[in-house]
Design a protein around this ligand. Sequence first.
Ligand code: ATP
Length: 251
Amino acid sequence: MKIPKSHPRYHSLKMREKLVEFVEKGVVHKTGLIAHGRGEAFDYLLGEKTIKQAERAEEAAAAFLLKAENPVISVNGNTAALTAESIVILSKRIPAKIEVNLFHRAEERIRRIKKLLEAHGGEGILGEYPDSKIPGLEHDRALCTHEGIFNADTVLLSLEDGDRTKALKEMGKVIIAIDLNPLSRTSRCADVTIVDDVNRAVLRITAFVKNLKGKNEKIKNLIENFNNEENLNAVIEYIGVRMKELASKDK
Ligand code: ATP
């Protein structure tokens, strides 16, 4: 079905179509559709736009990524399907390594995600040959590469589950999480939580990276002045106010 551009939920519907297409191509796991649905619900409450608290976190994220010595972007099926091109651009601009890391690990899916990133110019994509394990996690979810996630000082992740975020945090890493749910365990435990759609977030972080490069004093100030708890509380307050507005509009 062709979705008319005038449809009020055009972008949301296009994203759904894209995810279904990539489930069929073996890039996105079936459960990725459910995870996306949870995200969409929050995006609806945010008004499907980048709110100023998200923008603040995106700028802080850019500062942390530029300050890092070994930044790594952790990519899963949904993120690859929705943002392959912009993730590759961001990784080159920082520069940062990309590692494919999956909740439902399957070798074939890792290869497909890697190929998708390579088709958009990605190079040296890690994750296919893990040689290390994230301590405290059971089964294949712990698998990672020493060169990438294991040794990273800063990890940018999206649509992540709380257990792995917590385990990475316990390894002493700076965690930057893109997660539309400000209440998730990932959101609560990250150092910088970006409550925004992964597409919008990656594009904005990239723009901030471009602006901040070489401005060391500004980078230092952004890092020192960012308070994740305060910012998350402001997001939750924003959602509360907007829910009341939406409810009164229909009366
Ligand atoms: P946690 O374990 O951290 O409490 P969870 O169990 O809700 O989180 P998962 O289902 O593993 O998390 O991951 C999905 C997360 O990704 C959800 O919090 C959801 O809000 C978020 N999400 C889904 N789609 C998007 C998207 N397009 N952009 C940003 N975040 C998204």
